[in-house]
Design a protein around this ligand. Sequence first.
Ligand SMILES: Cc1cc2nc3c(=O)[nH]c(=O)nc-3n(C[C@H](O)[C@H](O)[C@H](O)COP(=O)(O)O)c2cc1C
Length: 429
Amino acid sequence: MNTHAPTPDSSTPLDAFRLRLGKDELVPIVIGGMGVDISTTELALEAARLGGIGHLSDAMMPTVCDRRYGTHYVRSKLQRFKHNVHNLDKTVVQFDLDEIAAATRAHVAQAMERKRGTGMVFLNCMEKLTMNSPRETLRARLIAALDAGIDGITLAAGLHLGTLALIEAHPRFQDVKLGIIVSSLRALQIFLRKNAKSRRLPDYVVVEGPLAGGHLGFGADWAQYNLATIVAEIRAWLDAEKLAIPLIAAGGVFTGTDAVGMIAQGASAVQVATRFTVTHECGLPDEVKQHYFAAKEADIEVNTLSPTGYPMRMLKSSPCIGAGVHPNCEAYGYLLDGKGHCPYIDAWAREMEAHPEHRRPTVRDKTCLCTHMRNFDCWTCGQTTWRLKDTSHQNPDGSYQLLSAEHVFKDYQHSTEGRIALPEKAPAA
Ligand SMILES: Cc1cc2nc3c(=O)[nH]c(=O)nc-3n(C[C@H](O)[C@H](O)[C@H](O)COP(=O)(O)O)c2cc1C
């Protein structure tokens, strides 16, 4: 914690504190990475303009480039492998590493060129995107992002035991900000031990608790864990080890006062996402944002549908649940492990065999995450999503008024006493 900062209590705004990363001082608000292109460039740039940190996501960059910049990466990969579409063995379906690198460079570079203000833009880099060749594709993504000038990289969705070694020869290795997301002290200890040879400590650690969106580092017993307790435990251990690494608390931080509560536990900043899912700048389609606004607490579940093997939180009404799309690995294939295998393919093949009369079976236990995240049909969300309706105005037709990222950011930054500032009411259409 900043030693000159006031005592954190409910009358203190988050803006009284600063996140120090080396010699940089930032507003202690980080907008978390949300794949696939849910945390857009526009969202990340707003966080940076306002003095905080925004994230791009490295999920499915070629697809994102096709949609945003008119490239044809997906079509050309499908062309290369269309002979394999009906084969359940996907070993041959390899990504072209040059294309991965080119897509990553293009997406990161356009964001860095447009960046204004004193904040930073980081990349959320997920190890679980194993892409049929885990080490090589991860290396290609990381190096391309470094080449394109990314300010920092947050290692996500995995323990990243060998990740630093993949980039330690890069000229920016010592300068770029590097952080890791963990959900327990044990995960952090293992990361530090396994990466000790790289002679470089992380610049920050994101501590993600059980209420976060996306994949979780907890099992079915997630409700028994508490973010504040984990933050305090990790802070105490780091202090005992004389490691002055700032902690960034994530998951369920809904107000500025919640954020100040995390500072009181030893965090130096918060990472937030759910409240930004209903902003104009968020990449979800507007009609999906309305589902997030309208959600009730009973509409949210943690399930095991993700082929990554991690539990994932989502709205029960997500169209991906039960959908039995033909696996699209020849076009996408981001979750193929190093042996051309994805648990969704097994589940889909089993249902096809059991119900040969159906062209499209119902697959209940797994989802084709690539296809559904790409199409915004997997509505992953944080546990506090049901509270979003309290953050805006309802229109006469029952829909909710979208917010600006600036409004939400400044509400986190300046609000006190658990209050949430409503936006100015939009004039009736
Ligand atoms: C829609 C959505 C998508 C997410 N996708 C990712 C992701 O791709 N990678 C990741 O590391 N975290 C992901 N997260 C987690 C966030 O980055 C963040 O750490 C967490 O949700 C913060 O908690 P909050 O949503 O309660 O504010 C996602 C969260 C949401 C809401």
